[in-house]
Design a protein around this ligand. Sequence first.
Ligand SMILES: [Fe+2]
Length: 231
Amino acid sequence: MINITSPGAYANAALTPLEQDAVKWLDGFYQLEHLLCTRMWAMKLSPEASAEVKFASLVHDAERFFPGGPPSTPGNGFDDPDYLFAHSTRSADIVEQWLRDRTPAPDDAFIRRVRHLVLRHEIGGGWEADFVQAADSLSFLESLDWITVDWVQNGHYTIAGAREKLDYTVERIRPSIAVAAALPLYESAVRALDAAHEIKVDLKRRREIAGSRRFLLGLSPEAETAGASVR
Ligand SMILES: [Fe+2]
């Protein structure tokens, strides 16, 4: 069975004002839940995580929200460097531009560090980038188990083909604390994928939830209006 998120699952995420703005920017993105979950894992793995690690975790896949990027279901394997580098560079460019367009913009050192970590989120390298990559991996297994089922149901991959994504996601993790945390999530995601043809969950609705800021942060329409009038 795939993981079903409850309303307000990220209500206590303690987002900074900058992070709240980023979540508004990415509202409607089917990976919004994955991004929030990645930030949560980064903090779980490393309670002392820097502001840059947390922010990079929250926006690392941003480019997929904006048309024109490389296909997120590559045909040359999930570890295809051409895809990984194109995806990471486009995300870093889009995030950097968004940060620089703010008034006032965050300081240059913050922007450059976030860019560095977004660029490295698929490949790791250096302990902070390794933690972002590990958090991304854990978050994929936990929050995007439904997407591998979707790939199979819509004929994009066979079960074995989609399994390669789950295997790759675990194999690339470096910090041992994260490997230990990944194994039960991996087993659960594999079980869901193996049952892909039998799972009857409404994946269209699951995708909507995954992209809904209001659902994930547990915002009522009234609360949003009140928040807007305070700002
Ligand atoms: Fe990701």
